[in-house]
Design a protein around this ligand. Structure first.
Ligand code: MTE
Ligand code: HPA
Ligand code: MOS
Length: 820
């Protein structure tokens, strides 16, 4: 046998196509919009100078908090004897639910999230008490006494751990969501072909590099200033106020930046903010709570894992005639955001495909595990992955290229364009986008070449897949689609912007600064964005649903435009000319043939008593949703993309490698192509982690055993494919968004489906002689890949007339003789 070159040790060098060098943000003639300006904090990030909450110089007298966690998934607390904890070195106080003056709840929608357990624990890892000590380490040491039988005594109750078990018991955190259109059962029954089956995809830990943290400082007159690493400062302000029984105006929440949020800090920063604020209030001391990584894993919710049952009827071309799916999501012990997540799963099941007759049941199953929450895509990936797997199965059943079956089912233009929830797809660019990707990725030729290569390669098998994405943009709760901003122009012409969004690495502050700089014709360096702060912009929404720049960009534009109009009026008065025709460009203001430096005009405006600051506001038009009928217009527009991935698997070990990925993604008319490409690359790789290496595993007691990087594997830089071609699809948003850009934070995560389906393709190539789709679960760990290979071999053996047992018993070595 000819030795094969080993793709497993290929160096992970990367060649991103559009990695245009970043431009100089200080140059007066650099346009502010549409250019690859560096992230506003790039230099700080790489030099370590960026200040995260744990880097804020501690105020004298700061104490440290650590929660004591439950050791049962479901139990009654029989007794709590904290004397030993109080005696532990460095301990200043130990607090329980009884110390909470207001509401013992930090749940965002339904009030079913205790801050500290009261009488009962609902998952293993739930905070039961909190230790305040002189150092972080001493606090943690004392908190670990929670594991001591004499400290907390429990009476264990029955625990339900999986979505399937909870579903069997009809236990949900919100009522089931059921959407039907047409007569799917009849269509499936009458279809020439049918497939039915189950599928499973795991959850995913957000694994923000900066863990959950809050630092609370008590202020005069029942005031509290909370630094929180949060995507949702307003929510933190409100839950802290409710917990203390105070009006909201007593509490300020501030966040300069997060070291990643990924949805994990949309609601679940709350328990940390509340505990820190509770202790600060009780002890009149500044309190910091920095969750240890293991505690963070044990306490907080993750992406919902999902178990599916499906049934589909289709014609000879693979066109879907009717489809039924049940999506059982593991919600965990409380509602958190699971209702909205289940709704988004339901609204993304169609992905890129027109489904005339469809039945979708989306269930948020109540289990005795961490309360699952937002994670990049927010249920969308869980909805859309199912139909991609389903379509792949249809193609295999019919012996067609999955791409052709996908195209046969794509939404049409002006026909076959209504989603199951009644919104029409009016900005469909799937066909031209796929056409462009087919050329740039050379998909057809590579698929043919791959079949030949596989025929010659007995052990290593290659697979390829192309998958599309259509992702609805807007919060699926309409009232959340609003934002505010505050812009100050100081007398020297420098500009300070505050807006309702939060910076988590995604580049929101850079984009908002670009919008404001553009409005005033200033170089980016003249605009500074300050920390998110509830005392500056009130009643903000979470920075989530990828809407950060759509919403806050527009609000900041509105604020800046008001100031610009006042300045233009003054310029016309001072220089002559018409206010309508005053030009703000290159750091100057021009009217009637005269140009003044921006700062000169600003100072003149100050002296003339012109208001040089303004608020701004934006509310997304068109969106509405009827939560009873599950229909409406939940999304302002759709973002699109597609990816081709090629993998190789080792059929002896189940190891695999991503060899090449070609991503083409629609960010509308990009405000900042450097940032958008980064989001596309990062979202894709994060999705690959979800679908391949990141495996969450609870033992029979409901203890999460994968709670640190030692046992939970997120992608590393070496997992980047050697050939990584990432491009923006040239397109203007059909809707008048800020500069016709599109939201880009979440949709590219779904491009990773191509990797899972490429692995399926490779498994199918390894076991020819059956049209059955490989029963590959996600994450496709080496074990899952070997299990799928075994199942395929067993099936192939039955199909060939052998006995199933001999098929199952065939080891990987025997398999190579089958394919050789
Ligand atoms: N990118 C980085 N670097 N860090 C993050 O935490 N979160 C993602 C995405 N990209 C995230 C990220 C998620 S879940 C969302 S909803 C969006 O960014 C939020 O930011 P945006 O709305 O400004 O795009
Ligand atoms: N995404 C993120 N957070 C949300 C959403 C959403 O669609 N709806 C409500 N909260
Ligand atoms: Mo993103 S999951 O909407 O925070």
């Amino acid at each position: 046998m000819k030795p094969q070159s080993s793709p497993f040790i290929a160096p992970a060098t990367r060649a991103a196509a559009d990695s245009t060098p970043a431009v100089d943000p200080d140059a007066a003639n650099t346009p502010a919009i549409g250019v690859p300006l560096p992230h506003e904090s790039a230099a700080l990030h790489v030099s370590g100078a960026a200040i995260y909450i744990d880097d804020i110089p501690e105020v004298h007298g700061t104490l440290h908090a650590a929660p004591g966690l439950s050791r049962h998934a479901h139990a009654r607390i029989v007794s709590l004897d904290l004397a030993a904890v109080e005696r532990a070195p460095g301990v200043v106080a130990v607090l329980t639910a009884a110390d909470i003056p207001g509401e013992n709840n930090c749940g965002p929608v339904v009030h079913d999230d205790p801050i500290l357990a009261d009488g009962e624990v609902l998952y293993l890892g739930q905070p039961v008490f909190v230790v305040i000590a002189t150092s972080h380490d001493l606090a943690r040491r004392a908190a670990s006494l929670a594991d001591n039988e004499d400290v907390v005594r429990y009476e264990p109750l029955e625990a339900v751990l999986t979505a399937r078990d909870a579903n069997a018991n009809r236990q949900y955190v919100v009522p089931p969501l059921h959407l039907t259109r047409g007569t799917p059962a009849d269509k499936i029954a009458a279809a020439p072909h049918r497939l039915a089956g189950t599928f499973e995809v795991g959850g995913q830990e957000q694994f923000y590099l900066e863990g959950q943290i809050a630092y609370a400082l008590p202020k005069e007159m029942d005031g509290m200033h909370v630094y929180s690493s949060t995507q949702h400062p307003t929510e933190m302000q409100l839950v802290v106020a409710h917990m203390l029984g105070w009006p909201a105006h007593n509490v300020v929440c501030e966040c300069r930046r997060m070291g990643g949020g990924f949805g994990g800090k949309e609601s679940q920063s709350a328990i940390f903010a509340c505990i820190a604020a509770l202790a600060a209030h009780k002890l009149h001391r500044p309190i910091k709570l920095r969750a240890d990584r293991d505690d963070d894993f044990m306490i907080t919710g993750k992406r919902h894992d999902a178990a599916y049952d499906y049934e589909v009827g289709f014609d000879d071309h693979g066109r879907i005639l009717g489809v039924r799916v049940e999506i059982a999501l593991r919600a965990g012990f409380s509602a958190d955001l699971s209702g909205a997540v289940a709704t988004r799963a339901l609204c993304h099941f169609d992905n890129a495909y027109y489904l005339s007759d469809v039945d979708i049941l989306s269930l948020a199953c109540k289990t005795n595990t961490q309360s699952n929450t937002a994670f990049r895509g927010f249920g969308g990936p869980q909805g859309a992955l199912m139909i991609e797997v389903l379509i792949d199965g249809i193609a295999r059943e019919l012996g067609l290229d999955p791409l052709d079956v996908r195209r046969a089912n794509f939404y049409g233009i002006g026909e076959r364009d209504e989603t199951p929830y009644g919104q029409r797809v009016e900005d469909n660019i799937l066909e031209p986008l796929i056409d462009e990707l087919l050329v740039s990725s050379d998909y057809r030729a590579r698929r043919a070449a791959l079949a030949e290569a596989n025929a010659r390669s007995p052990v290593l098998k290659r697979g390829i897949a192309l998958t599309p994405v259509k992702f609805g943009i807007s919060f699926n709760v309409p009232f959340l689609n609003q934002a505010g901003a505050l812009v100050h122009v100081y007398r020297d012409g420098s500009v300070l912007v505050n807006h309702g969004g939060t910076e988590m690495g995604q580049g929101l502050n850079t984009k908002v600064a670009q919008v404001v700089a553009n409005e005033f014709g200033l170089p980016l360096s003249r605009v500074r964005v300050s920390a998110a702060d509830t005392s500056k912009v009130a009643n903000t929404s979470a920075t989530a649903a990828s809407t950060g720049s759509d919403l806050n960009g527009k609000a900041a534009e509105d604020a800046a435009r008001k100031i610009r109009e006042r300045l233009a009026a003054l310029a016309a008065k001072l220089l002559g000319g018409d206010a309508q025709h005053v030009v703000f460009a290159g750091g100057t203001v021009q009217s009637n043939g005269t140009a003044w430096p921006f700062a000169q005009l600003v100072n003149a405006a100050y002296l003339a008593r012109v208001q040089l600051w303004s608020d701004g506001f934006y509310a997304t038009p068109k969106v509405h949703w009827d939560s009873k009928t599950l229909t409406g217009h939940p999304f302002y527009y759709f973002a699109y993309g597609a990816a081709v991935s090629e993998v190789v698997i080792d059929t002896l070990t189940g190891e695999w490698k991503l060899l090449r990925a070609d991503l083409l993604h629609d960010a509308g008319r990009s405000i900042n192509p450097a940032i958008d490409l980064g989001q596309i690359e990062g979202g894709f790789i994060q999705g690959v982690g979800w679908l391949t290496t990141e495996e969450l595993w609870w033992n029979a007691d409901g203890r999460l055993m994968t709670h640190a990087p030692s046992t939970y594997k997120i992608p590393a830089v070496s997992d980047t494919p050697a050939a990584f071609n990432v491009r923006l699809y040239r397109n203007d948003n059909a809707e008048p968004t800020v500069f016709r850009s599109k939201a880009v934070g979440e949709p590219p995560l779904l491009l990773s489906f191509s990797v899972l389906l490429a692995i399926r393709d490779a498994i199918a190539a390894a076991v020819p002689g059956t049209r059955r789709a490989p029963p590959l679960r996600a994450p496709a760990t080496p074990e899952a890949i070997l299990d799928a290979l075994d199942a395929m071999r067993a099936h192939a053996t039955i199909s060939a007339g052998g006995s199933p047992t001999s098929g199952t018993d065939q080891g990987p070595v025997a398999e190579t003789t089958v394919t050789a």
